[in-house]
Ligand binder design. Structure first.
Ligand code: ADP
Ligand code: NA
Length: 327
């Protein structure tokens, strides 16, 4: 029996991923490569929906791939590739754009958020981005797509477009399902624990590639409330609860175990220990990232092999779709 296929992508724009990206997404990618035929891509086509400096983009794409490898994506096990290396993404993207209603695309709430936040001119690519995302998924006939709340609407669009194509032209695409991964942690900003950790609000963000000492210091100076008891209470004690979730995710100890272990101790103890846990986690990751980036030609080879494997699948799907379309 072959394993179900999973597809997921991450943007290279930030350069360094942050702790939320790791605990909320990449860590699950690593687990899914054991149970699934996994396709993971660095989505550089999506990145240019916002203006990018070419040199920086190329560097960030490599840095992103290096981080994925350093965090445990095994290129022998999963297919790791760069989106622009597989031209079928853009090709199917066009086909799907022609199937999407203007109003339908306009209902995507992420576009509304992103375009409202963006100061520079908003390009059409930002508007059609979820359609390219649909192509990313459908090309691989993915069974499962790991999705957070913010991506649900895009997966619905993907399913609608697959269904529409299949109805109009004959069965071509598998309808992907949302895959809720257990142990997915939503990580909050360390300075504002009511909003999620995100590069767009950079104050309380721990970047995986920043000096571990700085990262640990950010953890030690995380905002906590005025009480003193270490309890898990996301509504009443958002800061402490966030730290417990991070601690639990990085150590595999349950939140309950941690609460018991810290009975009678203070926030300072928790933060100091978590700072050390984080340092122990991130230091070898950074070493591996440096290793991958020290030999860019080897890294590029890994990505070229990934793109080749991805293309085998993507080209087959696209050829079928083109045939159905009358091309
Ligand atoms: P950002 O919000 O910093 O722009 P992205 O939107 O690029 O990050 O997110 C990439 C992946 O990381 C997505 O799967 C997203 O759900 C996940 N992710 C981002 N921030 C967090 C967070 N604070 N907690 C958990 N997961 C997160
Ligand atoms: Na986001």
């Amino acid at each position: 029996v072959s394993r179900p296929r999973v597809l997921s992508g991450i943007q290279p724009t930030a350069g360094s991923f942050h702790l939320g990206n790791y605990l909320g997404a990449i860590r699950q990618w690593v687990a899914l490569q054991e149970t699934h035929d996994a396709f993971y891509c660095v989505v550089d086509l999506h990145a240019i929906t916002v203006a990018q400096d070419p040199k920086t983009l190329r560097q960030n794409t490599r840095v992103s791939a290096a981080q994925l490898l350093a965090l445990g994506i095994d290129p022998e096990h999963a297919t790791l590739f760069v989106q622009s290396h597989v031209p079928e993404h853009a090709q199917l993207g066009w086909v799907l754009q022609c199937l999407t209603g203007f109003g339908e695309a306009g209902r995507m709430t992420q576009f509304k958020d992103k375009s409202a936040r963006q100061e520079a001119q908003v390009g059409v690519g930002l508007f059609t981005y979820p359609i390219l995302q649909a192509a990313d998924i459908l090309l691989y006939q993915a069974h499962h797509v790991p999705v957070g709340e913010d991506q649900r609407q895009h997966l619905e669009l993907t399913r609608d477009l697959a269904q529409r194509f299949n109805t109009r032209y004959g069965k071509t695409f598998r309808l992907p399902e949302a895959y809720i991964v257990k142990d997915t942690a939503k990580i909050f900003d360390l300075q504002d624990p009511t909003s999620k950790m995100s590069k767009s609000v950079p104050t309380g963000v721990v970047e995986l590639l920043e000096d571990p000492k700085r990262g640990a210091k950010k953890i030690r100076s995380a905002v906590t409330d005025t009480g003193r008891e270490i309890v898990y209470d996301p509504a009443g004690k958002a800061g402490v609860s966030n730290l417990l979730v991070i601690y639990s995710a990085l150590t595999g100890r349950t939140v309950d175990e941690l609460v018991a272990a810290y009975e009678g101790k203070g926030y300072g103890d928790l933060k100091k220990d978590l700072g050390e846990v984080y340092t122990d986690f991130v230091t070898p990751v950074q070493e591996r990232v440096r290793h991958y980036l020290s030999d860019v030609s080897e890294l590029d080879k890994i990505l070229a092999r990934g793109a080749e494997r991805a293309r085998e699948v993507a080209a087959k799907t696209l050829a079928r779709a083109y045939d159905r379309l009358g091309f």
